[in-house]
Design a protein around this ligand. Sequence first.
Ligand SMILES: Nc1nc2c(ncn2[C@@H]2O[C@H](COP(=O)(O)OP(=O)(O)OP(=O)(O)O)[C@@H](O)[C@H]2O)c(=O)[nH]1
Ligand SMILES: [Mg+2]
Length: 387
Amino acid sequence: MAEMKVKTYRAPSIHDALQMVRADFGPDAAVLQTREIKRGWLPWFGRQIQIEVSAASGLNVPSRLVEGISPSPSPTYRSLMPSVDGQDFGASFRESLKGQTPSLQTVVEQLSRESTPSPRRELPESLFRLFTDLIEAEVSEELARELVEHVRADVADGDLGDLLLLKARIARLVEQEIQVTGPIQVTTGQRRLVALVGPTGVGKTTTIAKLAANFHLRERLRVGLITVDTYRIAAVEQLRTYADIIDLPMEVVATPKEMRAAVQRLRDLDLILMDTAGRSPHDEVKIQELKSILAEARADAIHLVLSSVSSESVMRKTADQFSAVGITSLILTKLDEATGMGALVPLLRSCKLPLSYVTHGQNVPDDIEAADTCKLARLVLGVETHA
Ligand SMILES: Nc1nc2c(ncn2[C@@H]2O[C@H](COP(=O)(O)OP(=O)(O)OP(=O)(O)O)[C@@H](O)[C@H]2O)c(=O)[nH]1
Ligand SMILES: [Mg+2]
């Protein structure tokens, strides 16, 4: 029996792998098995799947090799024997097997039948690029897939090569997910009370200072501050420093009763901004405490401040826990420190709240702006680094 050589090849596509087989063994090579090797974080697309092909140079396939071929390949084991350069590889192989053992023939027939790759597997180059761009922007694989499939279903086949058009479509899909409120509407003489709540250290006090400075110094409105952060002297002093610099009245409140009195004293202002102590979203008691003090203040709006550095699951859980106090919108801070904004869409989907402001630095009062749908969509898609 002539000695047979078996070699294994890996390539990004079956075509490439078979070219390698052909180069080594010539047109008579027998493909024994092919399988997909999934790589890393992209088990879904053909591009990221390597094809491994085992091929033999001889026609006399010894039986011990046949044992190595699974008669009913598992889903990750596929046999792919398309033609190479117009030649039907499978047919030539089958032909070469005439007279061999029936079991081997059966195995080969079976492998050949499974040779047609599913058409859905192959993603057009342009969409695949968009997909990898999304993954790079830290959009979850699930969402990236959803967006790309949505565009694929929507766009005519002839337009699938138009990368700009596809990008615009994806941007529009993301924009539809992002609702914004616009800046706080303040009317002279109509006192508006806005409270900021959130976990510790997310930037509530800094954001209050930015808002206060902008409304007072730039828009010339009468602004006052209330802080319910009485747990820590330093926290009260932090806000007082800003109040002194911007020259604003400030009230420190510890109980619901004091809240009523403080709001009363500030009744002639256009805007009252209320700072609160950071609460652990897991501390039910403190959330309830916050709820009763906010109820006393009769806030017109309650913004939940979230740091964009936090993980999606932390943001989601936080929004969930704080929903008890009656959140009306979200403020997203520290965009300058975030590596990707892919978490934004799932967050907004789950908490169903609009965004009011985003902040992108420690500078008071400059590093804040009203949330903008287009800009945020660009951030999500990774085409802009920060708002
Ligand atoms: N890089 C960056 N840092 C920020 C931003 N906003 C706030 N910070 C910083 O985050 C830190 C915490 O900010 P604070 O405003 O004290 O946060 P807080 O939510 O009031 O914190 P607690 O009162 O302790 O709950 C400070 O060092 C701020 O300068 C921002 O947009 N970007
Ligand atoms: Mg604070």
